[in-house]
Design a protein around this ligand. Structure first.
Ligand code: ATP
Length: 207
């Protein structure tokens, strides 16, 4: 099974890395692919360019076996839609279950994503939740796909919705950017290698 983590990673931080490590272990993933987005359709534009964000992902994951930086969205022209990314991953990995990991904030916005229903044609969607998360108010589309049996994710290639509780770290890239712009240190919220690169390149100095 292959895990997919999309994001702006502006910059990548310990909440991204910790949740990826937990799901790598829980689901026995052969790979976790971090996919920095080029032109995110749903949110403000990234503060730093795609090449710097990709490089920070590389620095952050270099020592973790199975973590891969996948730059396919940066190599594509136009907007980065997750459905296109998953379609291209499905071509590369025709026989492997794909697990798209998203936070609850992203899940709450999922129905605004481009062709969001087609995501399930290519991958399972795994929502990383707080232990107290309550999935009772799902609409019909999600109820028919919802499973509480993780074996179903391994036994089919795509199409299921699963909720996985993980350790919650209250870290956001927005808060890190604000600290830097205020000349305060974001140390211990992200890897030292990433912070050294931010300092060297003088990234996020202006809010
Ligand atoms: P920003 O503050 O700029 O919005 P972010 O820290 O939320 O950025 P993104 O790159 O937008 O990071 O997030 C990529 C993915 O990581 C999304 O699926 C998001 O839900 C998830 N994520 C972000 N922060 C956390 C966190 N603290 N804990 C768990 N998942 C997170």
């Amino acid at each position: 099974m292959i895990g997919v983590f999309g994001g702006t990673f502006d910059p990548i931080h310990y909440a991204h890395l910790r949740s990826a490590l937990e799901v790598q272990e829980i689901f026995g993933l052969t790979e976790v692919r971090f996919i920095p987005s080029a032109t995110p359709p749903h949110r403000h534009q990234p503060a730093v360019n795609a090449e710097c964000r990709r490089h920070m992902v590389d620095l952050a994951i270099q020592h973790q076996a199975g973590f891969i930086c996948d730059a396919r969205e940066l190599d594509r022209h136009g907007k980065s839609y997750m459905v296109d990314t998953l379609a291209s991953l499905r071509q590369d990995f025709p026989d492997q279950p794909l697990l798209l990991f998203i936070g609850t904030d992203a899940f709450n916005q999922l129905t605004t994503w481009h062709q969001w229903q087609r995501l399930f044609a290519f991958a399972h969607v795994v929502v990383m939740t707080r232990p107290s998360f309550n999935s009772q108010s799902l609409d019909d589309f999600f109820i028919t796909r919802h499973t509480e049996n993780p074996a179903e994710l391994a036994n089919t290639l795509a199409g299921k919705l699963y909720f996985q509780a993980i350790t919650q770290l209250d870290i956001s890239a927005t808060a890190i950017r604000q600290l830097i712009a205020q000349h305060r240190s974001p140390r211990f919220l992200l890897p030292d290698e990433v912070l050294d690169y931010i300092t060297q390149k003088q990234l996020y100095q202006i809010n």
